[in-house]
Design a protein around this ligand. Structure first.
Ligand SMILES: *Cc1c(COP(=O)(O)O)cnc(C)c1O
Length: 385
């Protein structure tokens, strides 16, 4: 029984076939010479990293890319053979775990690389690493300069490590600014080439640049949003599917009279006889609280406006336009925008944030239900495991 594994009516459904479809479409677009490092940081943008990792690896992605060591270890604990790449900073004191668990880390100082080299030596291992090069974002990385280039050159001389990749990240301000960043990375590449040093992968593209800037793809791209079907890019040659649907069921129905208020502060008051339904989701599930009075959920293909202040655990909607609403009736909180559902795009605009924030803040009390071949394939319930 699926109910015993959910223990609540609200859950995030994740379609693994759509995920696979997206990876295949991206591969078709970028060709076989460009690898994919699938970004699964922040619990795979909320969709559940360990719930989708095997599908991604099965699609032949080169890496599962995460932000930090903790996320990397979560994946390695599920399957020690997963290829896992940390794009962010790993503290020196934690580098031992990187070596022990065969994780590919990012470094942006000679000292970090030396620590990895020394640790690998004692373990008799060769640890692959990627070097972050800051071409203008001013977040992480060696700042673009001749001295940095010489420091990077020194890293290649260290024993028991392999400089497998060198990468940067774009600010996506404008094509011209991005081009300037891209050219700085190429300058480093030329510098190293002249010294006979050629790491396997140079990479700079995330989803938007990877889809839109064909000439920036180099050896690898790092799409996150795109693999989940969250489209901010312009390229019309690629169609991706949204992989998630946030679902719930009606828990209570009431009829209220004109003048009656709903929820905290009675910010919404009925102007006529109204049928309202309570749905068991709220900002405690990661849904934006500021959606009351602007958002809607979808019941039987009909838009039902959110009324009253959104609570931590519950949301009250106007179901007056639903014929004969029932407790237990299906509610779609957000989906792909079809059949009157609100899409993540639309939701993010109304909530004044971006799509990634909407999905990645889905909290741990929301079970993730994975669908494959139209059947429930797996359930991740963080409160039970
Ligand atoms: C998050 C992240 C990505 C993926 O970004 P999307 O816009 O979701 O594709 C790629 N690279 C780095 C370094 C990141 O931090």
């Amino acid at each position: 029984m699926i109910e015993e594994k959910l223990l609540r009516d609200t859950y995030l459904e994740v379609n693994l076939d759509s995920l696979e479809y997206n990876i295949k479409e991206i591969k078709k677009l970028i060709g076989s010479d460009v690898e994919i490092s699938a970004v699964v940081k922040s619990n795979a943008y909320g969709f559940g990293a360990v719930g989708i990792a095997s599908t991604l690896v099965g699609c032949g992605v080169k890496y599962l890319a995460v932000a930090n060591l903790l996320e990397a270890v979560e994946l390695k604990n599920q399957n020690s053979n997963y290829p896992v790449f940390i794009m962010g900073h790993t503290p020196d004191s934690m580098m031992q775990t990187v070596v022990n668990k065969n994780i590919t880390a990012t470094v942006f100082s000679f000292n970090q690389a030396k620590i990895l080299s020394d640790l690998s030596k004692t373990k008799n291992k060769i640890t692959p690493l990627h070097i972050k090069y800051d071409t203008g974002f001013n977040r992480l990385g060696f700042k673009h300069s001749k001295e940095s280039m010489r420091e990077i050159e020194k890293i290649f001389e260290l024993e028991n490590i392999e400089v497998e990749g060198i990468f940067s990240h774009l600010a996506l301000t404008s094509y011209n600014d991005d081009l300037e960043q891209f050219e700085k990375l190429l300058k480093l590449k030329t510098f190293l080439n002249k010294k006979g040093l050629s790491p396997k992968y140079y990479h700079i593209c995330d989803s938007i640049s990877g889809m839109d800037y064909e000439n920036f793809r180099l050896d690898m791209i790092r799409p996150g949003a795109a693999i989940y079907g969250l489209k901010s890019f312009k390229n019309k040659k690629i169609k991706l599917k949204s992989i998630g649907t946030f679902k719930s069921k009606i828990s209570s129905i009431k009829k209220i009279s004109p003048g009656e208020g709903v929820s905290y502060d009675y910010t919404w008051k009925a102007s006529k006889d109204t049928t309202i339904a309570t749905v068991p989701f709220g900002y405690g599930d990661g849904y934006p609280r500021n959606m009351f009075k602007k958002g809607h959920v979808t019941i039987s293909g009909i838009k039902c406006p959110i009324i009253g202040v959104l609570c931590m655990d519950q949301c009250i909607v106007d179901v007056s336009s639903i014929e004969n609403p029932k407790v237990g009736q299906d509610v779609i909180i957000w989906s792909n925008g079809e059949n009157n559902t609100i899409s993540v795009q639309e939701l993010s605009e109304l909530a004044k944030t971006n799509k990634n924030e909407i999905v990645s803040r889905t909290t741990r009390r929301v079970p993730r239900v994975y669908i494959k071949d139209n059947k429930v394939y797996n359930i991740l319930n963080y409160l039970l495991n």
